[in-house]
Write a protein that binds this ligand. Structure first.
Ligand code: MN3
Length: 200
């Protein structure tokens, strides 16, 4: 199935000062579109145009770097747009996910510290995550387009720490961007949906 650029689930200016319309226009319309276009060409060339996106991500890891980078980034960004919402962030977390954060990640404050540290210490481009592995939540960080799928885990929440995600709004202050993501942007309802799917 060919990759398609999904619409943002909110208006370009909906995230206000925390992530500007200019950032979202470049990030969604240019960067994500490029992953879609390049991914389609490379999936076609690899004879994988009819495979599911998750299959392509797993199959191309360590075997077809060009296809992997674009397919994984397409997968990551499909979810990233939904991992944010206007008036998001903070401690209002749906019950089952909150309980797992308490039992597996040491509670909200520990989650916040560890998630921000993972994002801040990812050298160069990449992502920080809450992932579900072996039935438990853990904090992960990955370089470039890599994601929990290729580490035997499922992503529950992810934050893009490529410079294109924050440089317009925060310049080089990646920790400030990470703090705004946690305090004011996270769509915990979507993370909870991913958690329920990964738990079933
Ligand atoms: Mn990005």
């Amino acid at each position: 199935m060919a990759f398609e650029l999904p619409d943002l689930p909110y208006a370009y200016d909906a995230l206000g000062e925390f992530m500007s319309a200019e950032t979202l226009e470049y990030h969604h319309d240019k960067h994500h579109q490029a992953y879609v276009d390049n991914g389609n060409k490379l999936a076609e060339a690899a004879g994988m145009a009819d495979n599911s996106l998750e299959d392509i991500v797993r199959a191309s890891y360590n075997t077809n770097a060009g296809l992997f980078n674009n397919a994984a980034q397409h997968y990551n960004h499909i979810h990233f747009w939904h991992w944010m919402a206007p008036n998001g962030g903070g401690k209002k977390i749906p019950g089952n996910l909150e309980a797992a954060i308490n039992s597996d990640l040491g509670g909200y404050d520990q989650f916040k510290a560890d998630f921000m540290a993972a994002g801040a210490t990812q050298f160069g481009s990449g992502w920080c995550w809450i992932a579900m592995k072996d039935g438990k939540l853990e904090i992960m960080k990955t370089p470039n387009g890599e994601n929990p799928l290729v580490h035997g885990a499922m992503p529950i929440l992810g934050c893009d720490v490529w410079e294109h995600s924050y440089y317009i709004d925060y310049r080089n202050a990646r920790p400030k961007y990470l703090e705004a993501f946690v305090d004011s942007l996270i769509n915990w309802e979507y993370a909870a949906e991913m958690f329920e799917k990964a738990s079933s």
